[in-house]
Ligand binder design. Structure first.
Ligand SMILES: N[C@@H](CCC(=O)N[C@@H](CS)C(=O)NCC(=O)O)C(=O)O
Length: 223
């Protein structure tokens, strides 16, 4: 059975939601955030200390967007991925990679220099600059959504799952009020998907069962 190591509403939400879309059985391991500080034994499984970690037989992955691609290709029967010979294949890969390299990355600086660093190390100017950078990068998403409900191939794919996490994180950072109209509507549409809602319920239930704080990781504040 696929095993997913997850912190509540961290990037590991991407493969969790993908698993729910695919209705593939999985075992969810909840970790307190950040695992490197609060679950030291996890470093034996993933020396980076980051989530997600996904195990599928001998396969072991630590990149959330790659997991979405892998799960869609391997378990989706063509429903959520885009075939190599499809005209939108390049676009599909581009969105998958953009989801973390371009859209989530600047937000991690906002989170870190607004909330996670001790007061004397906070950098409001850095946080403001990278929030602006993220919002500027959203122009690509806004443009793609002018003529379609989804990012590529004219249908919902793993690329939407990957990019949506950047919107989810932005909501936790209070940036969603600045989403362009088409992006705000897209984000609402995606949250209404039954699999998105069941992923939210699954992480909450697993956190309670496994004795982990169910507060979304981006909302946690170091003591
Ligand atoms: N590029 C990786 C990034 C993984 C990552 O940095 N995850 C964060 C949570 S969203 C984490 O585990 N942070 C804890 C830490 O850095 O110690 C991915 O997309 O999976």
């Amino acid at each position: 059975m696929i095993e997913l190591y997850h912190c509540v509403s961290a990037r590991s939400f991407r493969p969790l939601w993908m698993l729910e879309e695919l209705a593939v059985p999985y075992r969810l391991h909840l970790l307190p955030f950040p695992p490197r500080a609060h679950a030291r034994q996890y470093l034996e499984d993933n020396p980076l200390g980051t989530v997600p970690l996904m195990k599928d037989g001998a396969t072991r992955m630590t990149e959330s967007a790659a997991m979405c691609q892998y799960l869609a290709a391997r378990h989706g029967d063509g429903q959520f991925d885009v075939a190599v010979d499809d005209a939108d294949y390049g676009s599909y890969l581009n969105w998958l990679h953009m989801s973390d390299a371009t859209l989530t990355f600047p937000q991690t600086l906002v989170l870190r220099y607004t909330h996670f660093e001790p007061a004397e190390r906070r950098q409001p100017q850095v946080a403001a600059d990278y929030a602006r950078w993220f919002l500027a990068r959203l122009r690509a998403v806004d443009t793609a959504l002018q003529h379609s409900d989804f990012l590529c191939a004219g249908r919902f794919t793993a690329a939407d799952v990957a990019v949506a996490y950047a919107l989810q994180l932005a909501q936790h950072l209070g940036l969603d009020g600045q989403f362009p109209r088409a992006v705000a509507d897209y984000w609402l549409r995606l949250q209404a998907r039954p699999a998105f809602q069941s992923a939210l319920r699954a992480q909450h239930r697993a956190a309670l069962e496994q004795g982990v704080d169910p507060t979304p990781s981006p909302d946690l504040r170091p003591a």
